[in-house]
Structure formats: structure tokens, C-alpha cells
Design a protein. Structure first.
Length: 95
């Protein structure tokens, strides 16, 4: 009798684990499909990233390209990436 109870408990536990794995996989798919945009100060550089951290777009305002040297553009790009990562992290908390 006791072995039947243990088997039932193990089966129930395995089913819960499978359900949790399915939930994790679903959440991972949602995160990978989610795109977040970050921007530098004055919106001169915008970066789009996916929830998995992949950068999928970088847009630079042509006027910013004329106003800033390479180093300053790099700093603006870094700001935009960090802003996008910050928004991405906030999105993960909501999911």
C-alpha cells in the first residue's frame, strides 16, 4: 500500500515538473520574441534589442552624426544599449 502512495506522489511530482518546464519554455519564447527600444540622451541614438539580449537595430540621427565625433557617438550608443537593457530587465520582471 505504501509503495502505491509513493508511486502516486512521484507521478504527481513529475507532472508538476513537466508543467513547470513547459511554463519556462513558454516564458523563454516570449522573452526571445520581445523587442525593447532604448535611447540615448536627446534620443540621438536608438537601439532595439530582443529579450535574449540580441541587438537587432541601431538608429543614429543624421544630425547627431554631424554634431558628434566617433567617441561621442560611441558614448551615445552605449547609453542607448544600456537603456534598452534596463527596459529589457524591467520587462522580464513583468513576465
Amino acid at each position: 500500500m505504501e509503495s502505491i502512495d509513493i508511486a502516486t506522489n512521484v507521478d504527481a511530482l513529475m507532472e508538476r515538473i513537466r508543467a513547470q518546464q513547459a511554463d519556462i519554455e513558454r516564458i523563454q519564447r516570449v522573452l526571445e520574441a520581445t523587442e525593447v527600444v532604448g535611447a540615448s540622451r536627446d534620443d540621438e541614438v536608438r537601439v532595439t534589442i530582443r529579450g535574449n539580449g540580441q541587438v537587432v537595430g541601431i538608429d543614429i540621427d543624421p544630425a547627431a552624426h554631424r554634431r558628434n565625433d566617433a567617441h561621442e557617438l560611441g558614448e551615445l550608443a552605449k547609453e542607448a544599449v544600456n537603456d534598452a537593457l534596463h527596459h529589457s530587465h524591467a520587462s522580464r520582471i513583468l513576465i
